[in-house]
Design a protein. Sequence first.
Length: 311
Amino acid sequence: MTYSAIEQRLKDNEVVILDGAIGTELERLGAPMHQDAWCAAAMETHPSLISAVHRSYIEAGADVITANTYASTRVALERGGLGEQMRPWNELAMRMARQTIEESSNGRPVCLAGSVSTFGLFGDTPIEDQQIRRWFEEQAEILVGAGADLLLVETLAADMSTVVAAVESTARFDVPVWVAISGLVDRDSGELRLGVEESQEHSASRRSHELLSEAVERTVNAGANTLLLMHSDLKATRPALEVMRAHHDGWLGVYPNAGHWLRPQWAFVDQVEPVDFVAEAEAWYDTGARILGGCCGIGPDHITALSQRFR
């Protein structure tokens, strides 16, 4: 489909339902996770499970399905000795997602998003900004060429310079771009910051950057019109969204996680029942978020509950 149905829904102040996790849902279903390529390797080992995950979210009522391209970045695949799979896996992920939409949506408008991500850039080794920009542009070009209705720019854990690079690198493509950032609550000051702490109770690591308010302003100034909070501890979502709303008057969305990563597996702690997830979503909605979904640890049952509540 074109993006027009999603855009009209947002203009009408209606809720757009995102899908939930892909990687952790594949893990739940038995697909092994690759040390470097994480869920991208399932393109080769368990393609039928990927289609099954997409189908489950379409049946749950999702308006937007994200292709399994989050972990298929140049930097991650080359680190795992899989650099030659960069284009084939990204293109295959798009074809599989599109085919599943066509077979499972029963004529209901479902939009296909291609994920352009920072996966593989979590290390402490500095990488030149121009190299990072080339990686973003390469993945975006492949996804747009493969028929993406929109680009979902997922900047999990990234610092501000990387976020800006991602926004500017994808701006030249003739498709809508949604920009997702992650946030955390500083343990000492209580301030909301750009960064990530997947679980306030269980995570052994965290990345904290500038104040979230400053990060939102810089992201918007770089060209982001639709801004989402991704892959953040559920308890941080409402205060983070309040900060984002105060510094961004465009469309706002959220898709938090539940649990934390123990490379390459996901630790399924902090799990939340769908009814409690929807209760949290009520607060997101009241804050102004109209794009609602889930990230790692959030599955089809949660998306079903969101769809039933907000349809």
